[in-house]
Ligand binder design. Structure first.
Ligand code: TYD
Ligand code: MG
Length: 463
């Protein structure tokens, strides 16, 4: 038998190299190469000649994928409308964010509707899981529990007896398999273990959920490689100070990606928030300057979010720019455009920007709302309280149209807003009872807020 030779695997991207290096050639991360042993004969050399497979046409009979719904609507939507048999889902998130809690709730809901569900924990003892179930009021749900980390034993358990509909493995970082020689917790172990479980899912038709912990910089620790192997990747996120949690699909072969589900962490587990716009525009002080409501889209759903800005005289040579929930580079760009194209200066001001409720905005359409909040904070004049903002700002100061105008306007209308400040442009088929204020440049927005001030507006008198 050929001797095993050492190889070095990147814990971030999974790239393999034959010698140790400080920096991974493939992804550029530092100190991520770890030594692992591998069988020396590559599998490819041992396989026999292949045989041709039947090719099919693009058009033809297709069957609708059957789905298994948990009944937790926010959860079902994020996974694309229920679990697909034979699919594998990776759920990532910081430790303590609530992954085990939401999955136990989903498992219990499915089990109560008569499905066979197994929950395998490599992190907690059976007693701990029972305590949690009791706290969640789910102790009666017929979920099968196991505390196990050995993949071969888990597979044997899944194969014994009647077919399971859903298996939850919490977490992949604790698994180890006889198929890999390296130590538990290494990239090879995690990848090989995940592969074996996913193969079982495909072969048996059981849906499988793998839990993975995320490192501080937001990557699934080590087994980033697992992301490529699964059908869907969900992240469970939230600010530790807030009780709100977002389940976000970043990849989904069976549904829209970037879909979010909103939950609230209570002492009886995670509760769905079915009207999240109300949450993110929550208790708002309509008369105070520095806020603007953004009419956004998260996944397939419209969402209104309050953007807050604070501008104050700086005592520093380089004024502070602090951002929560938005891209700091994008803030720098908006500040530069306001300065260069509209004459609104922030050079000697500290600027703080915050997205309410712990949400993270990624849409360029949020530019206009951010700009409005900044202008309003700088001028000390509130934006008109019944207005929503959306539009992308370009470096020239022009406001560019964005997609899904109708959906944004409908949501604003539903929540009692009466005016929208939006990019001018063709709007076929958009019918709205809102007053639509078209803007073509950011200077229009500056002028409108200045006019609000001159009219005595809803702003507070400046001190
Ligand atoms: P957990 O699901 O164990 O997190 P993860 O699996 O992502 O590591 O969640 C643990 C946290 O949730 C813990 O800080 C306590 C809190 N929690 C509640 O607030 N209410 C509850 O009903 C439960 C079960 C947990
Ligand atoms: Mg856990």
């Amino acid at each position: 038998m050929a001797r095993a030779r050492p190889q070095f695997v990147c814990a971030n991207c999974g790239a393999v190299s034959s010698k140790w290096q400080g920096r991974c050639d493939s992804c550029g991360e530092w100190n991520t190469l770890v030594e692992e042993t591998a069988a020396s004969a590559p599998v490819a050399l041992r396989t026999s000649r292949g045989k041709p497979v039947a090719l099919a046409a693009l058009s033809g009979e297709t069957t609708e994928l059957p789905r298994t719904l948990t009944g937790i609507a926010e959860f079902d939507r994020v996974i694309g409308g229920g679990f697909v048999p034979g699919s594998a889902i990776l759920v990532g998130g910081d430790p303590g964010i609530g992954k085990s809690t939401i999955l136990l709730q989903a498992a219990a809901a499915l089990a109560q509707s008569g499905r066979r569900v197994v929950y395998v924990s490599g992190e907690e003892a059976i007693g701990q899981i029972r305590l949690r179930a009791e706290r969640l009021g789910l102790a009666e749900a017929p979920v099968a529990l196991a505390a196990e980390t050995h993949v071969e034993d888990i597979l044997a358990t899944l194969q014994a007896g009647p077919q399971f509909d859903l298996a939850i493995i919490d977490s992949i970082q604790t698994l180890w398999t006889d198929l890999a020689e390296s130590a538990p917790g290494t990239v090879t172990q995690v990848r090989t273990s995940a592969q074996a479980l996913i193969r079982h899912a495909k072969a048996s038709g059981a849906a499988i959920v793998l839990v993975g912990h995320v490192t501080k910089d937001g990557q699934i620790a080590g087994p980033r490689v697992v992301e490529h192997m699964v059908d869907a990747v969900l992240y469970f996120e939230g600010e530790s100070g807030h009780q709100f949690r977002l389940l976000r699909a970043v990849k989904n072969r069976f549904g829209p990606a970037s879909e979010i589900g909103v939950f609230e962490m209570t002492d009886a587990g995670l509760k769905e928030v079915s009207n999240p716009s109300l949450l993110f525009i929550g208790e708002r002080d309509k008369a105070s300057p520095g806020t603007a409501i953004f009419a956004g889209i998260e996944g397939t759903r419209p969402l209104l979010v309050e953007v807050q800005a604070l501008v104050s005289d700086s005592a520093l040579a380089t004024p502070r720019r602090a951002v929560v929930g938005w891209d700091p580079n994008r803030l720098a760009m908006i500040l530069a455009v306001l300065d260069a194209r509209c004459g609104v200066r922030f050079a000697t001001q500290d600027v703080y920007l915050n997205v309410a409720g712990g949400l993270r905005l990624a849409e360029p359409a949020a530019d206009l709302a951010v700009a409005a909040a900044l202008i309003s904070a700088r001028a000390g004049v509130a934006t008109p309280s019944e207005s929503v903002y959306f539009g992308e700002v370009s470096l020239s100061g022009a406001v560019r149209p964005v997609a899904q105008t109708a959906m944004r306007l409908n949501e604003a209308e539903r929540l009692g807003f009466s005016r929208a400040i939006l990019p001018a442009g063709r709007r076929e088929g958009v019918r709205s009872t809102l007053t639509l204020n078209d803007v073509t440049t950011l200077a229009d927005v500056v002028a409108a807020i200045a006019a609000e001030s001159a009219a005595g507006g809803s702003g507070r008198p400046s001190r």
